[in-house]
Ligand binder design. Structure first.
Ligand SMILES: NC(=O)c1ccc[n+]([C@@H]2O[C@H](COP(=O)([O-])OP(=O)(O)OC[C@H]3O[C@@H](n4cnc5c(N)ncnc54)[C@H](OP(=O)(O)O)[C@@H]3O)[C@@H](O)[C@H]2O)c1
Length: 430
């Protein structure tokens, strides 16, 4: 049982990498509030920052989560295997846990939160979504009475940095990625970022928090940015649009259904330059919230990086400390099972680039495919001639399924060399 008068409290940290070492620096500034009891790492002999007291390091992570002097466990290892097992042991030992691990929360959040409820201790995960941006707490506390209808987030700094460099400095995708890696904005293996999977995990956590719904990573439709070309970026700019990788979570009511379905997806969009999200540049993150009473609201800030993430972790540690002193914990509302809307049923406007043979009658053949699938063309432009002929279309609102069929049929046409990018367009009014 915790001593409610205990001050400072003991912190056990699992992992001392980017976030863990930054957290150590913050905790050391508050000796009256915290002491660091133990820090678990993988390599005891690795070089650490000077301020890390190496006598606290252990390679036995299990010893941290059962240590009698540890009042709060902070999981900063990452991944879903070792981290999950350690979090479970900590909770079962009645220790509140703070984590920044999006993968863990997106995959196993429900079972771990249920376990936390059962054990009567906190499991806090603010840093797992947008680093320093306090979105989870905002949704759970300040906006708990709000009927949130849609959230659009730029939740991945690496991809936002790459798209910014492509559009502002005319760099290619590869050049932008290399630059991001050299400046530490991208991992040496950037697959999770580029593929949209990282943003998908964060979208799943956001959905669970905003709509108290059981959603995990497998429910998220995901497209990444690897196929975005310089031509797409140029064409967007000429039309007053900018390309962003967004996570969209939305409540959708169909045909007078009393209950709503959820649409949850990550994909690039062309967004009008006047939209607040269009001005989110470089590695910054932002979350744009729409609700019945609040109208529109946007949070903006650093979504990653050691110190910004550690700041959010520290906020959760203080929350846990407060609850320890009150002998209480946050109770989690058991999330509801909700239907996930199939992407095919959604309506979107599209940008479609089609590389074609430059010969008479091509446009008519291509336009006929759009028309026969109920897709109405808002505008069309031909770029280039001869071998480089490219038709670029903007459509009016069209069913996703109709667009899927159109793309498949266009690819079969002899006059079509390749269907290039197909990117959704988000007008300000949408
Ligand atoms: N970096 C960010 O900007 C950021 C932002 C938001 C959320 N997050 C999340 O925060 C978590 C930590 O990220 P990070 O960037 O700090 O990772 P990191 O730099 O790779 O650090 C991971 C730490 O975990 C330790 N570790 C690995 N396996 C271990 C094991 N079996 N037992 C004990 N320790 C072990 C490593 O030890 P060694 O030092 O000995 O190798 C290292 O200190 C992840 O879940 C990540 O998704 C990170």
């Amino acid at each position: 049982m915790f001593n409610i008068m205990k001050n400072p409290i003991g912190i056990g940290i699992l992992g001392c990498g980017n976030v863990g070492s930054a957290l150590v620096s913050l905790l050391l500034q508050e000796p009256d509030e915290f002491f660091i009891e133990k820090i678990a790492v993988q390599r005891l002999d690795a070089k650490r920052n000077d301020y890390v007291d190496t006598s606290k390091l252990t390679s036995d992570a299990n010893s941290v989560v059962i240590d009698g002097n540890v009042d709060v466990v902070v999981e900063l290892i990452g991944g879903t295997t070792v981290a999950k097992q350690l979090v479970e042991v900590a909770l079962k030992n009645k220790k509140p846990v703070v984590t920044a691990n999006k993968e863990l929360m997106a995959k196993h959040g429900f079972e771990l939160l249920a376990l936390a409820n059962e054990c009567g201790v906190d499991l806090l995960f603010e840093a797992s979504v947008c680093g320093a941006i306090p979105i989870v707490r905002l949704l759970k506390e300040s906006l708990v009475g709000e009927e949130i209808t849609r959230i659009i987030g730029i939740l991945n700094g690496t991809t936002n940095y790459i798209l910014t460099k492509m559009s502002e400095d005319n760099l290619s995708f590869d050049e932008s990625l290399k630059l991001a890696q050299s400046l530490g904005f991208a991992e040496s293996d950037p697959t999770a970022d580029i593929s949209g999977r990282d943003a998908g995990a964060k979208a799943a956590i956001l959905t669970s928090s905003a709509f108290i719904s059981k959603v995990n990573l497998d429910s998220v439709y995901i497209e990444g940015i690897a196929d975005i070309t310089a031509q797409d970026i140029d064409f967007a700019a000429k039309n007053g649009l900018v390309i962003k990788l967004v996570s969209v979570i939305e409540k959708i009511r169909q045909n007078g259904d009393p209950d709503f379905k959820i649409s949850i997806r990550v994909h690039p969009v062309m967004i009008v330059k006047s939209h607040p999200l269009a001005s989110v540049r470089n590695s910054f993150n932002a979350v744009f919230i729409e609700g019945e009473a609040i109208g529109e609201m946007m949070l903006y800030g650093k979504g990653a990086g050691g110190l910004p993430t550690a700041s959010a972790v520290l906020g959760d540690i203080l929350d846990a400390k407060h609850n320890i002193s009150l002998r209480t914990s946050n109770r989690y509302t058991v999330p509801k099972e909700r239907s996930i809307l199939n992407l095919d049923e959604l309506t979107n406007e599209f940008y479609v680039a089609v590389d074609v043979a430059d010969e008479p009658g091509v446009l008519a053949k291509v336009a006929q495919v759009f028309g026969s699938n109920n897709i109405s063309i808002a505008s069309m432009e031909q770029n280039g001639f001869g071998h480089n002929a490219r038709l670029v279309f903007f459509t009016h609102g069209s069913k996703e399924l109709d667009m899927k069929i159109t793309v498949a049929q266009l690819s079969e046409l002899e006059v079509v060399k390749k269907v290039g990018s197909v990117i959704r367009v988000m007008a300000k009014s949408q």
